[in-house]
Ligand binder design. Structure first.
Ligand SMILES: *Cc1c(COP(=O)(O)O)cnc(C)c1O
Length: 229
C-alpha cells in the first residue's frame, strides 16, 4: 500500500509536469516476481490490473484470482501458448507477428471472448528486444485489424535498460509519434488510443511522454526499489 501510494504521487507529479490528467494513466501491477499471496495482496490494496509474463506461472494464479481484476499478458508470447492466454487474459501487450495474431484470434474465438491487444514495437532497435520495426507497424496493424477476435488497443514498447531514465525518453517520444502518424493515416485499425510504456525505472518519464498504461513490478510488489523517490 505504501508503494502504491508513492507510485500514485509520482504519476500525479509527472502528469502535472506534462499537463495530463492522472485518470488517463492505469497501473498494471506486474506480479511475475511474486507468489499467489502477494498477488492477492496487490488486489486487496486496490490494484485492479494484474500483469504476468509467463503462461506456466500465470495460469495457476489466474485460476485462483482470475475473477478479481483484469489480467494482462505482458511477456513474449509463443503461439503455442495462445490457447492458455485467450479467454483468461483481457489484454496481451506483446502482439508482434502475424502468426501470433492469427493463432490468438483463433483461440479467442474458441474461448468466446475477444482479446485486447497492444502491438509491440522495438523502437530502440536492440537485437535482444522483441517487437516490430517501427516501419512495419502500419501494415501489420492493417492486417491484424482484419481479425474479429482481436481488439487493437494501442502500441507497447520497452525502453533500453539504463541507469538514467532520461535515456528512455526518446524511445517513449518516438512511440507517441508513431501513434500519431498511424492515427493520422486513417488506415484500418489505427485508432490505437493507448500506449503501454514505462516500467519501474522509467515510468515517470513514460507518463510525461504520454503513457496510458504503465507496467510496474519492482516498485510496487517487489522489494522497495532503490531509485524510488
Ligand atoms: C517484468 C516486466 C515489467 C516490470 O518490470 P519492473 O522493472 O520490475 O517494473 C514490465 N514490462 C514487462 C514486459 C516485463 O516483462
Amino acid at each position: 500500500e505504501q508503494n502504491l501510494h508513492q507510485v500514485k504521487e509520482n504519476i500525479a507529479a509527472a502528469c502535472r509536469r506534462s499537463g495530463r490528467n492522472p485518470d488517463e494513466v492505469r497501473i498494471v501491477a506486474v506480479t511475475k516476481y511474486v507468489d499467489l499471496e502477494t498477488t492477492r495482496r496487490a488486489l486487496d490494496a486496490g490494484l485492479t490490473h494484474i500483469g504476468e509474463s509467463r503462461a506456466q506461472e500465470a495460469v495457476p494464479k489466474w485460476e485462483q484470482l482470475g475473477d478479481r481484476g483484469i489480467w494482462h499478458f505482458i511477456g513474449h508470447l509463443q503461439s503455442n501458448k495462445a490457447k492458455a492466454v485467450a479467454g483468461r487474459f483481457t489484454y496481451v501487450h506483446s502482439l508482434d507477428r502475424f502468426s501470433l495474431a492469427k493463432e490468438l484470434n483463433r483461440r479467442s474465438e474458441a474461448a468466446g471472448r475477444p482479446t485486447r491487444c497492444f502491438v509491440q514495437v522495438n523502437v530502440s532497435g536492440e537485437a535482444s528486444k522483441h517487437g516490430l520495426d517501427p516501419v512495419e507497424v502500419k501494415e501489420f496493424v492493417e492486417q491484424a485489424a482484419e481479425f474479429p477476435y482481436l481488439q487493437l488497443e494501442g502500441l507497447m514498447t520497452m525502453a533500453p535498460f539504463t541507469e538514467d531514465p532520461e535515456e528512455a525518453r526518446p524511445v517513449f517520444r518516438r512511440l507517441k509519434e508513431l501513434q500519431r502518424e498511424l492515427q493520422q493515416s486513417g488506415a484500418s485499425g489505427t485508432a490505437l488510443p493507448h500506449l503501454s510504456m514505462g516500467m519501474s525505472r522509467d515510468y515517470q518519464v513514460a507518463v510525461e511522454e504520454g503513457a496510458t498504461f504503465v507496467r510496474l513490478g519492482s516498485v510496487l510488489v517487489g522489494e522497495a526499489y532503490p531509485k524510488q523517490r
